[in-house]
Design a protein around this ligand. Structure first.
Ligand SMILES: *[C@@H]1O[C@H](CO)[C@@H](O)[C@H](O)[C@H]1NC(C)=O
Ligand SMILES: *[C@@H]1O[C@H](CO)[C@@H](O)[C@H](O)[C@H]1NC(C)=O
Ligand SMILES: *[C@@H]1O[C@H](CO)[C@@H](O)[C@H](O)[C@H]1NC(C)=O
Length: 261
């Protein structure tokens, strides 16, 4: 038995060897699946071109941080990371009749479902292995993408899912995150400048509150609706309102109840 199969047999993750290429000076994975994911996000060219740059920066900042750390490099699957980062915002699609955007689910959930469904299609088209992209892996992909704004929850999930979210976090304004080597940081920003993301997200989040209010309540998108969308009214939909309704009903039905009742 070869050493690598002994490790695999013992359940130890063995870093897979993938073909690579260089994007903005960063060595990245270059499999058919990743190429297809890069092709897919060109759909944003029509209405949200700034978003393509955001998705590339997210992938590349993460990849640069992972490349610079042997521990991370050995424990993270870079194909999973590439797909998760490149496809983490499919729910932002503002095109009419987007196949990714529902009226009822928050954008993080739309994005997670869209990415999982897309990988399943790729498996059918033989662009990736179903053995590798099994149900457990697809669930991790869903977790990482759908929990991208729930940092208090994602922090106890697996490291693969966390690194989708960590890479999104490397995008936040401020000084360069020390995990990203300075040369890579400068190269990535030069190739994919970040000068419209916040205005673009302001537009997109307002659009979501207006076009899919049902999917906005009890999420931070609700605040965009309240601030910017005429006629938007979250009152009555918030968990707070629902619980206050329960309190009133309970008082009416059981006026004399006590904590011991
Ligand atoms: C590398 O990553 C590991 C896991 O996140 C972390 O514990 C370690 O501190 C990192 N090493 C460096 C040099 O940043
Ligand atoms: C943010 O979006 C709202 C709603 O479209 C708009 O009124 C506001 O001007 C935007 N802010 C900026 C700085 O673009
Ligand atoms: C918002 O909806 C609630 C519940 O239906 C209603 O009581 C309130 O008057 C509405 N507010 C506005 C500004 O329309």
């Amino acid at each position: 038995m070869k050493f690598s199969s002994v490790l695999a047999f013992a359940g130890v993750a063995v870093a897979a060897k993938y073909p690579t290429t260089v994007v903005a000076g960063v060595e990245v994975i270059d499999t058919p699946l990743v190429r297809e994911a890069r092709q897919l996000i060109e759909l944003f060219q029509e209405k949200q071109p700034y978003l393509i740059k955001h998705l590339y920066r997210t992938w590349l900042f993460g990849a640069a941080a992972i490349n610079a750390n042997e521990t991370l490099k050995a424990s993270l699957d870079i194909e999973f990371h590439a797909v998760g980062t490149l496809l983490h915002d499919l729910g932002w699609d503002m095109r009419d009749n987007s196949p990714y955007v529902t009226l009822t689910d928050r954008f993080e959930v739309d994005s997670g479902n869209a990415a999982v469904n897309w990988v399943k299609e790729q498996i059918k088209g033989d662009k990736c292995a179903s053995k590798k992209w099994n149900a457990a892996r697809l669930e991790k992909l869903y977790d990482g993408i759908s929990l991208q704004t729930e940092l208090s929850i994602i922090k106890y999930k697996n490291i693969q899912s966390q690194w989708i979210v960590n890479s999104v976090g490397l995008e936040f304004p401020g000084p360069r995150n020390p995990l990203i080597p300075e040369k890579d940081y400068n190269n990535i920003l030069a190739a994919y400048p970040n000068d419209y993301l916040y205005r673009g997200s302001n537009e997109t989040f307002t659009w979501m509150a207006e076009h899919k209010p049902e999917g906005s309540y009890n999420t931070f998108i609700q605040d965009f609706g309240t601030a910017f969308v005429p006629g938007y009214n979250a009152t009555g939909h918030r968990l707070f309102d629902i619980l206050q309704g329960g309190v009133s009903m309970e008082v009416a039905a059981h006026p004399n109840a006590t904590p011991d009742s």
